[in-house]
Write a protein that binds this ligand. Structure first.
Ligand code: SF4
Length: 240
C-alpha cells in the first residue's frame, strides 16, 4: 500500500525517539529514494548531521544557502568539510537579477533601515533559494534544537511543513549543547570557530552577533528589530 505523506508522518511520528538517528535516516531514504535532503549552515548541529550522513553513505543530498554575506569563518568550515569528507556541498545562491535590482535600488545594507528591507533581503538571499533547493524532495532534515528557543520546546521531531509541502525531520531536537559539542570533539569534526566566541547560531555576518550565556538566541539576530518580528521565513516562527 502506498501511504500519502501525511499518513507516513502519522506512522513514523512515534518512531524517531525509538530508533537511532541512523536507522531513521536509512528508513526515510528507503521510503523516499532520492528525495531526502539536508540543509546545512555549517553550525555545530549541522556538522553532526553531515558527519552522520557522509560517514554512513546515506543517499541524502546536502545543500547550503550561500547568501553572499556569510562570515569568512563559515566559508572556511565549508571548505574544511568538503576536504574531510571528500565531498562537494551543493550551494544555492540568490537569483542574480533579483539581487542586482534589490542591492542597486536599496543599497548594500538596507536591512538595517526597515523590517521590510530585511525581510526582502532574507527572501531573496535565503527563502527563494531554499524553495529551489527543496523542490521535488519529500523530506527536509534540519539541525534545529529545542534548547535554542522557547518556540522550539514543543516542536515535534517530525512535522509537516505546509508552506513548503515537505516533511521536516529534526534529528537533534532533544540533544543538549554539551552532547553536540562532545560529539564534535570525539569525532574530530570541523566546526565554525565563531561558536567558541559566543555565537550560537551563525547566519549572515551583518545580521548575527554573539550572545551572553543564558540569552535567547534571538538576541544574536537582527538585534535592532522588535523581537516579535524576528523571523526570516526559513522556518515559520523561528530564526535560522
Ligand atoms: Fe540579508 Fe541579513 Fe537576511 Fe542575510 S540575514 S539575508 S544579510 S537580511
Amino acid at each position: 500500500m502506498i501511504l500519502s505523506l501525511k499518513e507516513y508522518i502519522t506512522q513514523i511520528t512515534s518512531e524517531p525517539g525509538e530508533v537511532s538517528i541512523e536507522e531513521f535516516l536509512l528508513k526515510s531514504t528507503e521510503r523516499f529514494p532520492g528525495k531526502v535532503t539536508f540543509s546545512t549552515s555549517f553550525s555545530y548541529e549541522d556538522q553532526v548531521i553531515t558527519h552522520k550522513i557522509l560517514t554512513n553513505n546515506f543517499p541524502i543530498s546536502i545543500f547550503t544557502l550561500d547568501t553572499g554575506r556569510l562570515f569568512p569563518e563559515t566559508y572556511s568550515v565549508w571548505s574544511a568539510t568538503n576536504e574531510k569528507y571528500n565531498t562537494h556541498i551543493q550551494a544555492y545562491t540568490p537569483d542574480h537579477s533579483l539581487l542586482e535590482n534589490f542591492v542597486s535600488e536599496r543599497g548594500p545594507n538596507s536591512f538595517y533601515e526597515s523590517v521590510q528591507n530585511r525581510k526582502d533581503c532574507c527572501y531573496i538571499r535565503k527563502v527563494d533559494p531554499l524553495k529551489r533547493a527543496l523542490k521535488n524532495n519529500a523530506m527536509w532534515i534540519t539541525g534545529l534544537r529545542a534548547e535554542h528557543s522557547i518556540d522550539r520546546h514543543d516542536m515535534p521531531q517530525v512535522e509537516w511543513d505546509e508552506g513548503n509541502q515537505i516533511i521536516k525531520y529534526h534529528p537533534l531536537l532533544h540533544w543538549t549543547f554539551d552532547a553536540v559539542k562532545e560529539y564534535i570533539n570525539e569525532n574530530n569534526i570541523p566546526y565554525n570557530p565563531l561558536h567558541d566566541k559566543g555565537f550560537v547560531s551563525i547566519g549572515c555576518a551583518p545580521c548575527t552577533r554573539a550572545i551572553r550565556p543564558g540569552e535567547d538566541f534571538r538576541a544574536g539576530r537582527w538585534w535592532w528589530e522588535d523581537s516579535v518580528k524576528k523571523e526570516c521565513g526559513l522556518h515559520v516562527n523561528v530564526v535560522d
